[in-house]
Design a protein around this ligand. Sequence first.
Ligand SMILES: Cc1ncc(COP(=O)(O)O)c(C=O)c1O
Length: 381
Amino acid sequence: MRIPFNQPYLSGNEERYLREALLSRAHCGNRAFGDRCVALMRERCGFGGVFLTPSCTAAMEMGALLADLRPGDEVILPSWTFSSTANAVVLRGARPLFCEIEPDTMNLDVARIEALVTPRTRMILPIDYMGIPCDLEPILQIAAKYHLVVMEDAAQAFGSRYRDQPCGSLPPLAAFSFHESKNLSCGEGGALVVNDPEMARRAPLLQEKGTDRSLVLKGERVKYSWVDLGSSFLLADLLAALLLAQLEAADRIMEIRSRVTHGYEALFAPYAARGCVRLPRPPAAVRVNHHAYFVIFDNAAHQESFLALCREREIYPYRGYLPLHSSAMGKSFGYRPEDLPLTEDLAARLVRLPFYTDLADEGLDYCLEGMHAVLRRLYGN
Ligand SMILES: Cc1ncc(COP(=O)(O)O)c(C=O)c1O
């Protein structure tokens, strides 16, 4: 049996909706299925404006444009994230200020944010690693104190809740991913949530190439024109049809995936108790969407061996991100690996385990038994 790292899930209605969208002959962005996705997300999650985009990457680029980031501005973000988080900032000419993380969640260490704020700082850009919500309340407080914008990179966190609020509903800006590796997927896709009313008024212009096409769609104009900056931040309705099927099944998908989390927790808990590994410890006040699971080994050699021995059994965990501050681009901003020692150390020991919805029904026992054999080999019985 082969256990891949990830595999997209089909929830049942994808084919029917896709066919409907195809036959509608209205395939571009902001059409019928897109509208239904937006309505459902707003109703379910209490979001302000929702703008479906081609990816979370694009959503954050649109968010950075909306926040009016400019050359010379600074943005505080974790080094432990995907390139897209930093690129959104760098593409506007702003400078990333990488902040350390804390090991229970691998999210921004909020206690270290304020020390990074300078008169040039304009934004805090935290992520919700593995769907574990970042500690948003203190982040919003710091932002209010220094007049900063918060954009939450919630790429992995659709369905998670922070203090009983859906992720993405609290900050002025939040971005989600519907890439095939996520809980809900339409191949490639994303959404920018705009909760700030001022930005929400401008967002439709930026999404539609800087035009007021949204007013034409509403019947308020007969012809649209170039009125602002913008790009093509739109999700084709064919993909929105796939997304709607997944959004409608979101609770069921999360419930199925919870079985994978529980399987990993039960397997690794005894090894955590013996100090061999460290497991995620989300705070009590959050609900995690069962997007993923990570384990931090006691040393880098055990991380390597675990990956290699799992591969021999055709089980494919992987090591997760490489820190951004010590990447080629990070170094071009003057960073050295030793600038964020905690991130470097955790990155050298962390493993992300295979995680996908179908795994709960097929392969989980094989995966857990295989990993158990590997762990016995590494740490004895
Ligand atoms: C934290 C984070 N942000 C952004 C992205 C990019 O998402 P997308 O592939 O939808 O552009 C990812 C991708 O996995 C991610 O993990």
